[in-house]
Write a protein that binds this ligand. Sequence first.
Ligand SMILES: Nc1ncnc2c1ncn2[C@@H]1O[C@H](COP(=O)(O)OP(=O)(O)OP(=O)(O)O)[C@@H](O)[C@H]1O
Length: 349
Amino acid sequence: MRGASVELIQVSKRYGAALAVDAIDLKVPEGSYCCLLGPSGCGKTTTLRMIAGHETASDGNILIGPREVGHLPPAARGTAMMFQSYALFPHLDCLDNVAFGPRMRGVDRATRRRRAMEMLSLVRMEGFAGRLPAQLSGGQQQRVALARALVTEPSVLLLDEPLSALDPFLRVQVRAELKRLQTELGITFIHVTHSQEEAMALSDLVVVMNGGRIEQAAPPREVFSRPETGFVARFIGGHNVIAMPGGSLAVRVDRMRLSPRLVDAAGEGGLPARVETVEYQGSFVQLRLAPLDTARATEVFAAVPDDVFAAQPFAVGDVVTARWAEGEAHPLRDGQLPADVPALEEIAP
Ligand SMILES: Nc1ncnc2c1ncn2[C@@H]1O[C@H](COP(=O)(O)OP(=O)(O)OP(=O)(O)O)[C@@H](O)[C@H]1O
């Protein structure tokens, strides 16, 4: 199997007056694992379905490899789709479920059974070839569904919330399996999820969507360390969004430094705030703070390493100053403030 790149150029989807996907541009490199991440209704599934050809784009171009595929039916695009519900045929055993597609395409019995067996081995289900879906666990059914999608040798595998029907334990197992397969096969995976943890764990490229648009498309570490918009900072989590005179900033909660507030310190920088909650979390202590100036943020969080906290503990009701090193504050693209927000002193590290 070989991967192919996927490129969307100014792709839109309208349902009547509603714009589900709004002129998005995206380039997914060949052989990469890409997650489309965002809240319900942001247009992830619609985007996936347009790539698969189950939905026609209202505008724009879709390329798979060098080919424009907008006019091609799903079966001619070199993609395969795996759905949230495994949708295995209940009356067929695993081998026949996987061999079903090749059978429909007229592949002879011996070849299709050999191919199906290879795919079952790939997902480590060769020992279950003769079982009916009802005799399998959810995770096992999911693997068979994966084998069934891969038997067509797609260059791009499209996965719509493939883990959401699994319990948390299985979800982590199947997630690791998906990553292993993608790395081993070298084909392109495009995976829709609303779980930031899933996207972080799997992706080479995370595409954060909101309201039919792409907020940010970058490797997970970059999205987490340098969110470009307030939406990304909040959705990915682990960040405070703080209003400043020049616009809003994102600062990671584990980069906040707390010190006792010196009430009479002249020209004191930082963000004075009252401690609202203190929660011990094992390796760190999480504090929720209410800034005294609510125009800057209504609440911020600080994750303080447990040893740092033990050396200088704070209690609920204490007033502290939160600071961060200059390089830890990332300006947000959509962070312009209304003109009436008061100017504040410079933040000192
Ligand atoms: N067939 C349709 N007809 C009309 N509107 C639709 C149709 N399909 C999707 N939409 C609308 O388009 C928008 C994007 O839907 P989409 O299913 O792509 O979102 P999503 O991000 O995948 O959400 P979810 O995580 O809930 O599946 C939503 O507002 C949805 O209501």
